[in-house]
Ligand binder design. Sequence first.
Ligand SMILES: C[S@@+](CC[C@H](N)C(=O)[O-])C[C@H]1O[C@@H](n2cnc3c(N)ncnc32)[C@H](O)[C@@H]1O
Length: 282
Amino acid sequence: MTRPSRLEAWPRAFDPRIELDWGDPVVSRRLLREHLDQDHDGASRRVSVIDGHVRRLLRLLPRPPADLLDAACGPGLYSVRLANAGFRVTALDIGPAVVAHARRLARNADVSDRVHTRVADLRTFDDRDAFDGAVLIYHVLEAFPRRTQRSVLRRLARSLRASAPLLVEMRLRPDQPEGRISSWDVAPRSLLSDRRHLLLVETVHDRARNTYVLRETAVFDDGTAAVQQTSSALTRFDDIRPLFARAGMRVDAIHDGWTRSRGSSLSESVLVVARRAEKGLP
Ligand SMILES: C[S@@+](CC[C@H](N)C(=O)[O-])C[C@H]1O[C@@H](n2cnc3c(N)ncnc32)[C@H](O)[C@@H]1O
């Protein structure tokens, strides 16, 4: 456990000592709780929002039946709805507890035959020409350092069949101004612990580096503490097309969030529709 006093006062993006390990079974179990909580949109959106997103996805994806990859599927809330619409879905995530939940959800919805769940890492998976479409939803790409973002996109591109679409939801800016905001609360539980603790929260938006860090420190009654963070390497609107081009993809459209309007540098988040370029796939 890293001691908070050893850390820099100003959170550093992608600090390996404290960056959240999404694949850790305990983290994944605690995350599942957050994913399913219908009081906030922290890890996954509320199901009423997801229903609307799926209606939008059905307009952007090829017609079912087709093979889809739900990359970083979390608890499978999108995967199972897409399977219900007739797709054969591979629901892939690094977190064992969220993948187990996706499997249960598919079973309960009676679509187990169309949902293939898989614990795998987007940084290392190596599927080739396997899917007619893929989705990467809820600001997952930005959670990788920039160089890793390129290689994850390259792997996603390789997993697609020729001219199949990849839909990536990307956040362009955090909802806070430049600088640090700190707050504290008494939490009955959090991602850091299942017991009651004092939770200190800092968020830092570094505009020059275009990064955003959420650092949380839990202080327990016995005086011990635990700390972790999640970092985001954001992409500027004008850098989206070059990012996908370097991964062997051509961007067809950039939508303003989940709307049909065109995205712009004023968008807070965008839905990128890209396709594997026929030539030059790295
Ligand atoms: C914000 S959640 C989004 C989940 C889902 N797409 C949704 O919107 O409901 C991010 C997900 O990315 C997964 N994830 C993070 N790093 C990953 C990696 N290297 N490979 C696969 N999944 C990863 C996490 O386990 C988590 O389920």
